[in-house]
Design a protein around this ligand. Sequence first.
Ligand code: FMN
Length: 430
Amino acid sequence: MAAGVLRRATGVLLPATGGWLLAAGRSLPVIDYLSPNPDANLSVQRWAKSAEIKTKLLRRWIFPSHICDLFSIIVNEYDTDFVTQKNHQKFRDMADLRTTYMGVELKNPIILGASSLVEDPAVIQKIERAGISAIIYRSLFEEQIHLEQIQLEDQLGEYDNRNAEMLHLFPEVRHGGAKEHLYKLEKLISKVSIPVFASLNATYEESWEDYALALEKTGIAGLELNFYDIPLDGEHSSTEIEKKQLRILSKLKSILKIPISVKLSPFYSNPVHFISQVDNAGANGVVIFNRFFQPEINTDTEEFFYPFDLTHQKDYQLSLRFAGLLYGNIGADICASRGISDGNDVIKMLLAGADSVQIVSAVYKNKASHITGMIELLEEWMDARGYKTINDFKGKLSMKNLKDPYAYKRAQYVDILMKSNEILKKYPMV
Ligand SMILES: Cc1cc2nc3c(=O)[nH]c(=O)nc-3n(C[C@H](O)[C@H](O)[C@H](O)COP(=O)(O)O)c2cc1C
């Protein structure tokens, strides 16, 4: 057992099998835990997961059960963090959850999808502590920047009417453009120790390039292209739209050094065909699928409104199907998104062929500790089946690996029509 040196910590340092256990308060300066023996092949591991997991880890690796129970009380009661010196032999028995997104290595397959959750540093800190493997920063929307610019000009115009001196006094007042977004993103990157990816949705082809280059400079691990565009008329053909998106991707691939992925809507005539083209154009990842807020009508006021609708359990099914169809057919990493609610959904996505998943609604609906539960379930499921790595079972139920490829082709209605008597018994109409 290699001894450790602990500085500035105010906790109880206890010897444990294969290392040292420290029980201390939340503000534990873990970074100051140094091994004096660089050859010991032991490293410090910080576990800041749920109390349940801490208890489990204690049971699993460190103590006989009666001592473990005592420590569980300390750990749970005081919501402590604890560090152990990693016992590599024992850790080797544990499922290895590592995977990749856009070719970037992640410690597990669960990524926080693009959302406004990134706006609150305290929330992000909790999410990181819960075990999330990477963060997608909310999209930089060129459209939003233009709208804000117009609003600011309107406001300055109002002042101009009321007090002509305003513009004279503040002639330099201008909208900051993307600066605030870039500044906040850079700040977030400096605060977390997991990869942060940016997301971009620009309007003009030139601005895709300008914004992408600016985002790259912040130190992001990669860039997600959010090809969100809702055509409002029949003027542009699907071929034109797809060609434009592929042109943007190819251009960005040629000017950026970081990896790029494409986040898609499911509204392509043949998503698999378009994704193959995206793959050929050099995308390092694809996210299937984005989900947009849709307008709603209030029948009382006879007006439109935009409800804050999160996705529901089972909304993952479309992504599951396409992960299964894509697995083994493209080089880009497959990242599944939409309606992934719990650890079981993550397992399903990986079995179909996804390399990773993104979650947003599940985080809004539950506390950050829900993420820990998802990771734990995946870990336990793998352990129970003897899967050591994600690759051991990834794509096992993909179209490519299934003996019955009709599982993906079968038109559900045929099945359902054949079972209509049973269904009517369950949902009687009369
Ligand atoms: C509040 C909120 C903000 C979002 N912002 C973005 C965004 O900026 N860019 C983007 O590509 N997707 C955005 N999304 C979509 C999510 O990243 C995700 O694709 C979608 O919610 C489906 O995943 P889920 O079922 O896990 O929520 C947002 C979703 C929500 C709920």
